[in-house]
Design a binder for this molecule. Sequence first.
Ligand SMILES: [Ca+2]
Ligand SMILES: [Ca+2]
Ligand SMILES: [Ca+2]
Length: 294
Amino acid sequence: MKNGVIGSSGTWVVGGFVGTAMLAGIGLAQPLVTLDPVQAAAFQAGGVVLGFDALPPNGGGGAQGATGVVIQPPSRLTNQLASQGVVFSSAAGPVGVVSVQGLPNQGDARSPFNIIGGSSLNAQSLPALDYLQYIELRFVDPRQSGRPGTTDRVGAWNDPSGSQIRLSVFGADGALLGSTLANQAYFVGYRAVGIARARFEWVANQSAAGFSLDDVSFGPVAPRCPCLSDVDDGTGTGACDGGVTIDDLLYYLSIFEQGTIAADIDDGSGTGTPDGGVTIDDLLYFLQRLEEGC
Ligand SMILES: [Ca+2]
Ligand SMILES: [Ca+2]
Ligand SMILES: [Ca+2]
């Protein structure tokens, strides 16, 4: 495509980026696709920027970051950053953390030297690096990772030597809030009210087959269910409905019995601080909050 060409069905091309804005009737919903670090920094301001540089890269780096290499357990990124409000996934489950230090594509790292890539299961059913696969973010309550969260923007720097990708953002009900395309080397972001999930996916090869991301960014993550004892809406699916009723007690008892992470809401201090374990403290705290109506 040539710059400045207006394509079909609302697609336009400006300065090397292809944007398909789906405003969904929300004035604030808008993409940002830019090479300008100042614009990217403005998008990131006040939010979270994940450089992945404190996580152990696969095999220590080098060729262990190549397509098809099995992602070792320490480098399988899923919920390690849940306290920042996000959980990662890809086709085989985890996203892979790799280092490009010392490689010809060292410049792919926006923050040296780790980046992330997608995964797929290999013939042995192990998660292997697959840069053609999607990278997904699901927002969680930073204080209680078992509870859902939402944010107002998501973005990342796309691989400078990679592919054209699409960023799509979704609401809590799964509805698409908007999506946009970005060429390699661009910062791609999307602002919308109530983003619960975001997906970066490969669209077309440019310098290489597949893509990686670095400096994944998002706005502050707010709990989607601000009332701690509102854990169900009567459907038994854990969806909050703004009211605290017997449904909530029944649902909490079921997840408490199963010992799921979502049931961890206290550490015995009665302050609503999770401690990674599900014990009688959690049940007592839930009952107290249920009685208080929130
Ligand atoms: Ca990095
Ligand atoms: Ca409820
Ligand atoms: Ca607990």
